[in-house]
Design a protein around this ligand. Sequence first.
Ligand code: PLP
Length: 479
Amino acid sequence: MELIFEKSVSGRTGVRVPLSDVPNAAPLPDELRRREPVRLPEVAELDLVRHYTNLSRRNFSVDTNFYPLGSCTMKYNTKVTENAGALFASCHPMVALLPGGDKLVQGPLSIVYELERQLAEITGMEEVTTQPLAGAHGEMTGIMVIAAYHKARGDEKRKYVIVPDSSHGTNPASAAMAGYEIVTVPTAPYGDMDLDLFRQAMNDEVAAVMLTCPNTLGLFNPHIAEICAIAHEGGALTYYDGANLNAILGKVRPGDVGFDVIHVNLHKTFGTPHGGGGPGSGPIGVRGDLVRFLPTPRVVRREDGSYAVEDHPEGIGRVSDFFGNFAIMARAYAYITMLGREGLVEVSEQAVLNANYIMARLKEEYDLPFDQTCMHECVFSASRQVQNGVHAIDVAKYLIDRGFHPPTVYFPLNVKEAIMIEPTETESKQTMDAFIEVMLEAARLAKEDPERLHEAPVTTPVGRLDETRAARMQQVCCE
Ligand SMILES: *Cc1c(COP(=O)(O)O)cnc(C)c1O
């Protein structure tokens, strides 16, 4: 495809700038004048529209096709929530922080406040802050709050954070960023953090235990209440990675189970799709004594029903410039308000049913390392196909040729040749059946014509990339 500059024709234009109608306008001071013309493509409006429309058609999106990328919750989000996000585009975030400015932005402030209440109710936490700008940022904020808690109690010997080996990579990374050393506990054959090994790892130098539940294998950990109790007995706090809340929405509240801190990804579960590198939002919720350490400032509701911005003096400080990624928060507020309590329950029930449907229909042809009822996603292994020289990546590339976004592959790390499928609640049985047929077709080709899978994708603008070379070249660049 041509670049837009390659379409440029000298003198062609798509806009007509009106002449100034300011009488006696002072000329631009000479030092501010551009010396050389700016290099812009000279194209007509139609050239530009075609260029970007054609580019967008080379992109894969939920609006066009099924996108079962595990752990990313690529659900369809309605245009109504999009509109809710766009409503506030003209509202400058600085207004709320200027003296007296809160009076001008009561609507947006009410969304911050009410969304925090909604998320507190959904997660079983006491207070929430919307400041963190992604899931990983929420994790780091949460661990910093935990550190502030231990410090305020004079308990400064705690220097470890425990994570299971199946944890999302951001968990140990965020804990390390917040200054902790990581202790990793292996997964037991039943698919969860090994309880005995966890007991052995617990001691009075452990600051927190971080868990994803359901874990990255898509399994609900039946021992989470017990894990929380063991951690608390040892004086540690418990952190719940709630990035994938789609699995338990309206069913289980992590606060009720015994978790002290949680982050949720609004850009997965609540009205904004994940992936594609767009902005994120990772609010955290906390319980009890931790509330006072939440970031400053906070939005409060006064007795007369108005909203104000208040300093939160004992808090860990600011973790973002304003109250977070506001457009994503507005979408989440619209999403939760629209669905209500029953709607949210239906979301998780349907998401879990869909994942189990796909798991049940594919398990004859693909190995299922942990064969039990899954939550919002299921994790297969292509190890059987490997015997014919076909790897998870080959199945993934073949799916692209057949119009499906590949599932997540090679994650979680503790499953060899992992294929992690998350259909979400918004897909119909017909769409899932079509996907299942192609997965079965790939399994058949693996036996009969593995070459076809090695060649894939053949329908895309760019064919199979040389990943080894890419990895090596990257190394050269970094050295
Ligand atoms: C997506 C995800 C994260 C990280 O969220 P980001 O917004 O990408 O930083 C953390 N934990 C789990 C389990 C996730 O799926």
